[in-house]
Design a protein around this ligand. Sequence first.
Ligand SMILES: NC(=O)c1ccc[n+]([C@@H]2O[C@H](COP(=O)([O-])OP(=O)(O)OC[C@H]3O[C@@H](n4cnc5c(N)ncnc54)[C@H](O)[C@@H]3O)[C@@H](O)[C@H]2O)c1
Ligand SMILES: O=C[C@H](O)CS(=O)(=O)O
Length: 483
Amino acid sequence: MPSQLLKTQSYVNGQWKDAQSGQEYQVVNPATGELIAKVADCAAADAEVAVELAHEAFLSWRKTTAKERSQIMRKWFDLIMTNQDELAEIMTMECGKPLAESKGEVAYGGSFIEWFGEEAKRVYGDMIPAPAGDRKVLVNKQPVGVCSAITPWNFPLAMITRKCAPAIAAGCTIVIKPAEATPLTALALCELAEQAGLPKGVLNVVTASSGKEVGEVLSTHPLVKKISFTGSTPVGKILLKQSADTVKKLSMELGGNAPFIVFDDADIDAAIKGAMASKYRNTGQTCVCANRFIVQSGIHDEFVKALAKASDELKLGNGLDEGITQGPLINKAAIDKVSGLVDDAKKKGADVVTGGEPFSSKGGYFYKPTVLTGIKDGMDIATEEIFGPVCPVFKFDKEEEAIAIANDTPFGLAAYFYSQNLSQIWRVADELEYGMVGINEGIISTEVAPFGGVKESGMGREGSKYGIDEYIEMKYLCMGGLA
Ligand SMILES: NC(=O)c1ccc[n+]([C@@H]2O[C@H](COP(=O)([O-])OP(=O)(O)OC[C@H]3O[C@@H](n4cnc5c(N)ncnc54)[C@H](O)[C@@H]3O)[C@@H](O)[C@H]2O)c1
Ligand SMILES: O=C[C@H](O)CS(=O)(=O)O
């Protein structure tokens, strides 16, 4: 187990701190159930101190030049990539994803620091042609102030850097509460930020066994001007309500229910490749995983057969072991949720083509890769975000049916479809009510593109040239009295 980067205390104002209460909580490996570490279990008082110190740091950090911020961020990115293996090992131990996926996430998460370190130098204001000769009209862009972030367990590094990178690049400071299940990767990031020269109080991580108490401070404290949340829609709604009294700037990256439509003319090999990549990434535990397979009747049976065959070839086990391509689910509650959805579907008439039950392994929370057909309205799996390695397959005949099924959800994060007909591609891309659409591609996330959803999948965008705007306020200056 890597020692240099393994930290178990909160990181506040450049110091490693126990919770004021002295309380700790256990972080366990979901593949084995073994204890990895005991971590500071902070509460409201710890979060309040972090916010106040982040505010103090903001008063000086906002006065640094974009170039100074950019140079520190570049060093931080370089250190993350130098420590990629160690960070990946910590990540796999606490969240279970196979080591190769963890290494990929380190590079993906690091790319937000690299990207926004560059974007820092391109936050341009405006000089607007004035409506009268006695004045100048300008727009000045300034950092929002102290930000807070609350993040999920499934991408323990990337969901943090996708928020702290634009915030820090813009000149803000930030207080982060990582998911209770995966605090160690977040704390390791702080160690590397300190080595890169990030001043104290700019990046702060407050660990806690529950989000409620610390989250309440981070969503109501008057010194916090912006909250960025990534997680489930129900929790996002709680934070939206809690943030209202102080009218905070908001970014919400919430739940998904991605349709994966396959038309008769699709390249079936490409569709299977995309389906496997999208569905089984992080053992089906990502917000953009294909959640419903909607397959045209002409290609349905061939697609189902190929999907089941590829699913059977996945190798379940401890993500640290060689050749493992499917890790555990994050905890017992996740196993119970996925089992409940599959059992409900079976009871209501779905057929199990492969899988359909937990995979018994000592201490770990494993579920067999599963393909179900005959999915109908009324089955819970037809509407719920599965967050596990299960492929429910709907069959359709006409294009408009597929679009209606795909859009029939309160969610609107990612959608995918496979077709080789250009007119159909433009028609379907226009009609899908989602923030992001993969066309003949199952893996679409990148730091250069705007990531985010519509409807109850959230608001705002992360990454891309748009991502830094979430941490900027525009100030209009009218310079009058000029002869
Ligand atoms: N849209 C995206 O970019 C994106 C990315 C990753 C995950 N997700 C979504 O996140 C969910 C899975 O992640 P999860 O299980 O960690 O989600 P979750 O909503 O249960 O927890 C997310 C974070 O919120 C905190 N939290 C929980 N209750 C809280 C409360 N009352 N007040 C304040 N904070 C609270 C948790 O401690 C955790 O840090 C899925 O719905 C997935 O779709 C979305
Ligand atoms: O789970 C949600 C993440 O945002 C997925 S991704 O890493 O951005 O594709």
